[in-house]
Design a protein around this ligand. Structure first.
Ligand SMILES: Cc1cc2nc3c(=O)[nH]c(=O)nc-3n(C[C@H](O)[C@H](O)[C@H](O)COP(=O)(O)OP(=O)(O)OC[C@H]3O[C@@H](n4cnc5c(N)ncnc54)[C@H](O)[C@@H]3O)c2cc1C
Length: 587
């Protein structure tokens, strides 16, 4: 077996996934060092877009609040978004867009989210997922026909996957497209909770094309096609001004040329779009965190209790410090993933999932803690905190829940080592029939074991970081090897049944998240000018804080793998499920 993700430090192959390599104990140095930088031309273009976003959104808090209460953005505002070119951010210039890279686009969404999440979402649902399929899988004719109007916003896009019976289990959708004898399809089905559902006139729709248990395909559907309709706006907890509706397809005729990508590849297309779009959501989360930090810092300094500013209290300082470390870490990992996508990496799905889980959860923590700092004021509608908290709640739900993404991260990462073990098993069974294959596998496996047992891999990245980050690098060296050891233990113990060991998979995912995010932080800080400026010293301090906290979390997760209360927790949950209530009322 030759898995690309078993790598050496010298490989820079674009098909290597640095996160999957961690499951072998490998830190693929060239994929972490050096931290990505934009070209001066990109920076100049990006700065222009950011400035125009600032000019457009600054000082409009009252309007955003009004639209939150009304549950919609006015048509004139959407028209302004069009005129600013915000629907064409990632569309190549030849089709009338701005042609931003994935990283630059994510940075623009970050800027929008500093002001209002619903604004980000209207733009993000269009670009990150609604029309992304045309860029990734569209034919030349589809690009020519749709991209110019998608760039101007004359067409606003939505991504239609979820159905009433099919959320996380996206492969179980029931919408169906039946082939017509003369060519084309007839589409039927209802999609729910579709962002931009009420304002979009371009839909990327996923439907079953091959019987009940058969394959999915993706289609481009225009609102003007007969039989397309959307329901009333949903009344939501947060991101209320963003349009969310059902979208219904009743006997809609879909022309042959509106199949997106290959027939039967719809599931793969949906996942590819979502993976590619995750940096948009990650960028938005980072923007929200920056707002929370600024609001909370100002509030804490101004608010006096016990005769002093609450900013003087340790527990408030701890919150501000945690939010700042989280934000720096989320920014680092989102930037790293954007760079992988921009530089043509083909296997970044695990990294993208890690960035989404980390950034979205960090954003929710920041929203919660900034509200806690503002306390009673934070709870009141005249302050921005409660809306930020409500808006942030969706981030760990849509575009893949945190639970599903953690399972995906762990299982995708364990797949390679699992196949190696399986091949090893069959090689040892078959060693006399196929000695060459068997010995190759055995010696490869033995080499890896020696690395894991003796930690010979140490010193692999310490050389790449500045002296002041040496101890931090050693932490990630050590725990990448621990991860590989634990992966091996779990695979030997459970074999394929590991797929159902969710407590263990969550712990594995959390270790990988800490490793990958931590390495992104080290890479970023190492790439800064190692001078004595306050900013550099503070960045080093952030790296230390992240590394030490990550070390404690990784240690706890790995120890709990062998000694835990999982069986008792499951049994307790089962008894509550049976009673459907809490069983221990006290009178
Ligand atoms: C405001 C909003 C906007 C949205 N926009 C869009 C959009 O534009 N396009 C679109 O297609 N969809 C959209 N969605 C749908 C969204 O992607 C789904 O809500 C999401 O995928 C989760 O599906 P679900 O809500 O049905 O939860 P379920 O899948 O029913 O999950 C319920 C809970 O069970 C957990 N769970 C599920 N399966 C497992 C498992 N195997 N193991 C462990 N835990 C599990 C989940 O993590 C979750 O906590 C939107 C949703 C909302 C609320």
């Amino acid at each position: 077996m030759n898995d690309k993700n078993q790598s050496t430090d010298t490989e820079t192959d674009n098909s290597i996934s640095p996160a999957k390599a961690l499951f072998y104990g490998d830190i693929v140095k060239p994929l972490f060092w050096t931290f990505p930088e934009s070209s001066p031309e990109t920076e100049e273009m990006l700065q222009m877009v950011l400035d125009s976003v600032d000019r457009f959104l600054e000082g409009r808090e009252d309007e955003f609040r009004k639209w939150d209460e009304a549950g919609a953005q006015p048509d004139e505002f959407v028209q302004d978004l069009r005129e600013l070119g915000l629907f064409g951010l990632i569309i190549p210039e030849e089709y009338g867009g701005i042609g931003l890279s994935n990283s630059a686009y994510s940075r623009v969404l970050q800027q929008c989210s500093r002001y209002d999440s619903s604004v980000s979402l209207t733009i993000g649902a269009h670009s990150s997922i609604g029309m992304k399929g045309v860029l990734l899988f569209g034919t030349d004719a589809q690009k020519e026909k749709y991209l110019p109007e998608l760039a101007t916003g004359d067409r606003i896009a939505a991504f239609c996957l979820t159905e009433a019976g099919s959320g996380s289990d996206a492969a179980s959708i029931k919408a169906n497209a039946v082939r017509k004898p003369g060519g084309g399809w007839t589409l039927n089905g209802e999609k729910i909770w579709i962002t931009n559902g009420g304002i979009a006139n371009f839909f990327t729709v996923f439907a079953r094309t091959d019987g009940d248990a058969g394959k999915l395909s993706a289609f481009i559907v225009e609102r003007d096609f007969e039989g397309v309709s959307s329901g009333p706006k949903e009344n939501k907890l947060g991101i209320r001004a963003s349009s969310t509706t059902t979208v219904n397809f009743a006997d809609v005729d879909i022309p042959e040329e509106n199949l997106l990508g290959d027939e039967g590849k719809g599931f793969r297309i949906a996942m590819a779009i979502l993976n590619n779009g995750r940096t948009g959501l990650g960028g938005g989360s980072v923007g929200g965190m920056k707002t929370c930090i600024a609001l909370a810092a100002k509030q804490a300094k101004e608010r006096k209790q016990f005769g002093q500013s609450i900013a003087d209290f340790g527990l408030i300082k701890q919150k501000i410090s945690d939010m700042t470390v989280d934000c720096f870490a989320a920014e680092s990992v989102v930037r790293m993933v954007g760079h992988y996508i921009d530089s043509g990496h083909t296997d970044y799905s695990v990294e993208a999932a890690i960035s989404k889980v980390f950034a979205s959860e960090a954003m929710f923590r920041a929203a919660d803690e900034s509200l806690q700092i503002a306390a009673g004021n934070g709870y009141m509608k005249e302050f921005p905190y409660e809306q930020i908290l409500r808006d942030a709640r969706i981030l760990t739900i849509f575009e893949g829940t945190s639970e599903i993404l953690r399972l995906f991260i762990a299982l995708s990462g364990m797949k390679g080592p699992g196949m190696l073990l399986r091949d090893l098993q069959s090689a040892t069974d078959d060693i006399f029939n196929s000695p060459i294959k068997g010995f190759g596998l055995l010696s490869d496996y033995a080499g890896r074991k020696i690395t894991q047992i003796t930690s010979l891999g140490n010193e692999r990245i310490v050389g790449a970081v500045s002296d002041d980050l040496r101890d931090d690098a050693l932490i990630f060296e050590k725990y990448s090897l621990e991860l590989a050891r634990m992966t091996d233990v779990l695979l030997r113990r459970h074999g394929k049944a590991i797929a159902n060991k969710q407590f263990a998979l969550k712990r594995i995912a959390d270790v990988v998240i800490d490793l990958f995010v931590g390495l992104s932080v080290l890479s970023r800080v190492s790439s800064m000018d190692a001078d004595d400026s306050d900013q550099h010293q503070q960045a080093v301090a952030i790296a230390h804080l992240f590394s030490q906290k990550a070390k404690r979390r990784m240690n706890r997760n790995l120890r709990a793998m062998l000694r835990n209360e999982d069986a008792a927790a499951k049994a307790l949950a089962d008894s509550v499920f049976e009673a459907e209530s809490y069983l221990w009322d006290v009178l």
